[in-house]
Design a protein. Structure first.
Length: 273
């Protein structure tokens, strides 16, 4: 309903290594929900920046001499924003733009109406920053983590559980400080649960990272449950997919292929009531 929608303000974070050529690539979204009175809680804010190999590869393709070390450090750098007030954040970005004006820029601010802050952050990121899906013969290749996450977002919205899930969850408290790994979603219902998208045909290395992460978390919190959402069910005879399946089985990571996500979402809805 219109009365359930709130006004949010966003800016696109751009990487512009060469101001003379006036070329840039979008690498993040800054989103704010502004409260008129600071006494009511001030501004809700978040920034989502590129973190996946495919996203960095796109930047390097457009700018071969890109400062990859700088880009890789942005996610950790912006974690400090969570504790800042609105005024502190404005000062922070003013300082950032003055010191890194030759590389990082913020676009003019725009307003948007949305019902849910986190859902809108993900939508804006997909629209302005995420690499477009690969195509073969004019068709979209539906085998990327971004595609799986978009499908999950739609399914969770339709089953009305989006607000009960926490997106982009850091886990460095269970592994090592500065660990950039993030689960797509987490939830609490007596036990902690985590959901992660995995591409069976391409993500053997990421599957190993996920298995290591799950093992590290279970050492601290044995009762956690984990779900890997994949583009399809593992294919018998496919050695890579068999490897990932066995890896997940050893760590008790449940595999939910996309053709069973609707059932999984409904199961989750009942669990989180």
């Amino acid at each position: 309903m219109p009365e359930d929608r709130k006004t949010l303000r966003y800016q696109v974070l751009r990487y512009a290594p060469n101001l003379i050529r006036d070329e840039w690539v979008n690498i993040g979204i800054l989103l704010e929900e502004f409260q008129e009175l600071e006494a009511l809680g001030g501004s809700l804010r978040a920034i989502k920046v590129i973190e996946e190999d495919r996203e960095f590869a796109r930047v390097r393709k457009l700018h071969p001499s890109a400062d990859v070390e700088l880009l890789h450090g942005l996610a950790s750098e912006f974690e400090t924003l969570r504790s800042m007030t609105g005024e502190d954040m404005r000062k922070y970005f003013t300082r950032l733009e003055s010191t890194l004006s030759n590389t990082l820029q913020l676009s003019p601010q725009k307003a948007v109406l949305a019902e849910d802050f986190n859902t809108e952050l993900a939508r804006l990121y997909d629209t302005h920053v995420a690499p477009p899906p690969r195509t073969v013969g004019g068709g979209i290749v539906e085998s990327t983590r971004a595609w799986i996450r978009n499908k999950l977002k739609d399914v969770f919205q339709r089953h009305r559980i989006s607000r009960k899930l926490k997106p982009a969850v850091r886990i460095d408290e269970y592994t090592h400080s500065g660990d950039p790994f993030k689960f797509d979603y987490s939830y609490r219902n007596g036990v902690r649960g985590y959901i992660q998208s995995v591409v069976l045909n391409r993500d053997a290395a990421q599957a190993k990272v996920l298995a290591y992460t799950v093992e590290s978390i279970r050492k601290r919190v044995p009762s956690c449950e984990f779900t890997a959402v994949t583009e399809a069910a593992p294919v018998p005879g496919n050695l890579q997919q068999l490897f990932i399946s066995k890896l997940f089985e050893d760590q008790n990571i449940r595999i939910v292929p996309m053709n069973r996500v609707e059932m999984f979402a409904e199961e989750l809805r009942l669990k989180l009531q």
